[in-house]
Design a protein around this ligand. Structure first.
Ligand SMILES: [Zn+2]
Length: 301
């Protein structure tokens, strides 16, 4: 899936770095619009939500992401000298803001953040249900791919039969021009055969990618806190970008204002609230009727 998102060819564009060609419109139909593809690239690179700063301080993973709840400007952070040591703080640095230079201890603001993240983790039943839904979609994809493959195999057998028929006719005739015509038909059929064989070779491959994607997506969905607990700043920033749709406002002494979470988490939230029709899975084009079928046992409860 990762690969699909990053390859411009899916948006009908070709990039060949060696030839210095970049995003040349390709001569095939695009799977997604170029605009959508560009939006996905921005999102993947993190520029859409949480800009990654080169100078971000490893000590303050929330810096630039958490905003002051009073002025909505990103909070800054620093080590402040106490009587005998330095202590880490986050603070609002906006002139004129009521919270200007009022600091929040790092363990308070980051501790509150961890609590917020833990609340977003889907409940076990919800997670199991979502997993069933994804697996059902995946199976539907696999079945569709398999029926496509069997149809292609039938086509291939038909073509081979026709080739055999023309070969028989060539043996039965002495007329040179008739033989030439049959030979031309056979060449066409061989080209067709190669195309069908190529399609058969290709079919089924995306299924493995879906499987991989589900596992990765679900291990993250199951518990974003695990990724947040990573020592790597990039992992922490990934959590911020993947879970939250916007920067998080924080009010000193009160905590975080209601967070706007990104689609997978919002979808699970709607799910919890019973807005079944609203549930959508990014990039998988699920059909609503299909989801309703899966969800119906739950709705009856
Ligand atoms: Zn402020």
């Amino acid at each position: 899936m990762e690969e699909i998102f990053s390859r411009p060819i899916y948006a009908g564009r070709i990039t060949i770095p060696e030839w210095d060609l970049h995003l040349i419109p390709a001569k095939h139909e695009a799977l997604v619009s170029f605009e959508t593809w560009q939006a996905v690239q921005r999102r993947r690179q993190g520029t859409a939500v949480a800009p990654v700063r080169k100078d971000i301080n490893e000590d303050f993973p929330l810096r630039g992401f958490v905003t002051c709840g009073h002025c909505n400007q990103p909070m800054t952070a620093c080590w402040s000298k106490g009587r005998s040591a330095y202590y880490p703080y986050y603070l609002c640095d906006t002139r004129g803001c009521v919270a200007h230079r009022k600091s929040v201890r790092r363990e308070t603001i980051e501790g509150d953040f961890e609590k917020l993240l833990a609340e977003l983790t889907p409940s076990e039943e919800l997670f199991v249900l979502a997993f069933e839904m994804f697996r059902d979609l995946w199976n539907a994809r696999t079945n569709a791919a398999q029926s496509d493959t069997s149809a292609l195999k039938r086509d291939l057998a038909q073509i081979e039969k026709k080739v055999a028929q023309f070969l028989d006719r060539i043996v039965e005739t002495d007329n040179r021009s008739v033989i030439a015509a049959y030979e031309a038909r056979i060449r066409d059929l061989e080209t067709e055969k190669a195309l069908v064989a190529e399609k058969i070779g290709r079919s089924g491959k995306p299924v493995a990618m879906f499987d991989e994607t589900y596992r990765t997506a679900f291990s993250f969905l199951a518990n974003p806190c695990n990724l947040w607990a990573s020592d790597r700043l990039e992992d922490k920033r990934a959590v911020l970008r993947l879970v939250f749709a916007e920067r998080l406002p924080y009010v000193r002494g009160e905590g975080y204002r209601t967070a706007k979470t990104s689609l997978p988490f919002r979808a699970l939230g709607d799910f919890r609230m019973g807005k079944y029709e609203m549930v959508r899975v990014v990039g998988l084009e699920p059909t609503l009727c299909h989801q309703k079928r899966i969800l119906s046992p739950l709705m009856l409860e």
